[in-house]
Design a protein around this ligand. Structure first.
Ligand SMILES: *Cc1c(COP(=O)(O)O)cnc(C)c1O
Length: 405
């Protein structure tokens, strides 16, 4: 969004992303490569800005979920190697190779289909097979060790893919897997998956594929089990300060996003007055209700109903239904339109972390930031931090409501 005329915005501290990744980079040996995962628009923090922070932190590679995300990074001038972490339709293999984008492969049939597309697209011009003399296609083979989403599982499937990996125009650059329970206190299934992965990588060795990078750890497992880091770690959530802090307290990573707004109305209501769609909230007595211009069309979903925001340095409960554009809160006292609201972050002495808001809604913190829509203004001004008001400025002061009720 080019201009914003609304006080609702996400302030993104790209320096925090850089510091988080630098801290992780520094605590692993130099032989462990660092992939910064910037899919889903950098978990809602901005893909380009996150990629630049990752570059500054010494990341070796970027990870994305979609080919379009990789292409956009290239179009915006990002030159780091990029891996698309899930299979893309084989007809886009040439595009990926031309842009030095690595692809994830899981089966021999993908390569067969790629060959068909090549033959077809080469045919109209002279009828011969197009000779692949462009850059090689770099691939990482995904192995399913227990997550059950993507990846080859059997030795047979491996043996079928090997001849394709050995072709001249293909580089088998990596072998990887992904854990199902890295955030659980009980590490036994992670260990089981790790052992399976190591056994499966032996297949590669016995097939004569020796130089592939082995990687299995995302954020939670990298921070908790550095001994499993192998050749590369894939860090997404932790770059943005999301990690199982109870299980890995030594890391002290910083959140990078503050979500702010300001009241567009504050009013006094009486016992029995109802608020919002379906009259979902009824005032029990004389109460102050504030209206905040953020709703589910901004990514602040109705699952956040019953949560809290900060107004005047104090917590205010979200009451009534969250609408498309607005939500309502029960204020701790008199307020007026324009008073700052913090949905994620600190105000005065109070703080609502993304983790707190997420756990109340029963989701993971990155779902909150990744759900922020294009209508949400992102602010990267480096000086936004200076806006953070002091405790005194936010100290509770009853204010005269401008709208008389
Ligand atoms: C998203 C993703 C990651 C990053 O996971 P985090 O827990 O956010 O660090 C790593 N690996 C794969 C395959 C992914 O899809």
């Amino acid at each position: 969004m080019s201009a914003a005329y609304r006080d609702t915005r996400a302030d993104v501290d790209t320096a925090a992303i850089r510091r988080n990744l630098s801290k992780i980079r520094r605590r692993f040996p130099a032989s462990v490569r660092l992939m910064a995962v910037v899919k889903a628009d950098g978990y809602g923090h901005g893909a380009i800005e996150s990629a630049e922070a990752a570059l500054a932190a010494g990341a070796d590679m970027l990870g994305v979920a979609l080919l379009e995300e990789a292409v956009e990074l290239r179009e915006r001038g990002i030159r780091l190697p990029i891996l698309v972490l899930a299979p893309v339709p084989p007809r886009y293999a040439e595009l990926a190779a031309a842009l030095d984008i690595r692809l994830t492969v899981t089966e021999a049939d993908w390569f067969r289909q790629r060959e068909e597309f090549r033959r077809q697209s080469g045919a109209p011009r002279g009828g011969g097979t197009r000779t692949p003399n462009g850059p090689p296609l770099r691939v990482h083979v995904k192995l399913d060790t227990g997550l059950g989403r993507i990846g080859l599982r059997t030795r047979e499937e491996w043996e079928q893919i090997v001849p394709w990996l050995k072709r001249e125009d293909v580089v088998a650059e990596g072998l990887f897997t992904h854990f199902a329970t890295a955030g659980w206190a009980d590490a036994s299934f992670v260990k089981k998956q790790y052992e399976r992965f190591i056994r499966m990588t032996e297949w590669a060795r016995s097939s004569g594929i020796h130089s592939a990078l082995l990687h299995c750890c995302g954020s939670a497992s990298s921070l908790r089990f550095p001994e499993m880091s192998l050749d590369m770690i894939r860090i997404g959530a932790a770059a943005y300060g999301f990690y199982p802090s109870a299980l890995a307290p030594q890391w002290e990573l910083e959140p990078a996003l503050t979500l702010r707004s300001a009241l567009i109305q504050a009013k006094r209501v009486s016992a029995g007055d109802t608020i919002g769609y379906d009259r979902a909230y009824t005032a029990r007595g004389e109460e102050w209700i504030g209206t905040v211009p953020i709703g589910y069309a901004d990514g602040w979903s109705q699952i956040m109903q019953g949560g809290e925001v900060l107004v005047g340095g104090r917590r205010a409960k979200i009451v009534g239904r969250i609408g498309m554009d607005q939500l309502t809160v029960r204020l701790p006292g008199p307020c007026r339109a324009g008073d700052p609201v913090v949905l994620i972050g600190s105000q005065g002495g109070e703080k609502i972390s993304c983790a707190e808001a997420a756990s109340r809604a029963g989701i993971v913190p990155q779902e909150i930031t990744a759900s922020l829509t294009g209508r949400m203004q992102r602010n990267y001004e480096p000086e936004f931090g200076s806006e953070a008001l002091t405790k005194e400025e936010y100290a509770w002061k009853p204010k005269q409501n401008v709208l008389r009720r």
